[in-house]
Design a protein. Structure first.
Length: 130
């Protein structure tokens, strides 16, 4: 019985192609993670304002402009008043101290990833300046 074997060159090409595919997949995965690839639904501001507690436990994204700082406690965090980019509606958000040193100034635009706690408070999980 005659066995046919691939040539050494064909094996190297096949191995190189497979390694390339794996590397491209890993690169894509890490680029998505670094760019904040998590996509959440935009916060429905009007509906949230009417019944904030009914949104408890959900996560949303909000693109808004910093208006002012409403409160600050170095051990807890700060409350910022933001305004939506589309309509200018006011949206207060809580930025916990765990976010780190955050120097947001009036007029700056951010993309916030927010979780709504049991009291209907918009708690910032992640923020990125746009």
């Amino acid at each position: 019985m005659k066995h046919t074997y691939r040539s050494g060159k064909a094996n190297v090409i096949l191995l190189g192609t497979m390694a390339g595919i794996v590397l491209l997949g890993l690169l894509a995965f890490f680029l998505i993670r670094l760019s904040g690839g998590e996509q959440y639904q935009a916060l429905p501001v009007s509906e949230f304002a009417a019944q904030p507690k009914s949104f408890a436990g959900n996560t949303y994204q909000l693109e808004s402009r910093i208006d002012s700082q409403l409160g600050y406690d170095e051990a807890v965090g700060k409350v910022l008043l933001t305004r939506t980019l589309e309509s200018g509606q006011p949206v207060p958000v809580f930025v916990p101290v765990s976010i780190g040193d955050m120097s947001a100034y009036s007029g700056q635009v951010y993309r916030f990833t927010l979780t709504i706690d049991g009291d209907g408070v918009l708690v910032v999980e992640k923020m990125q300046k746009i």
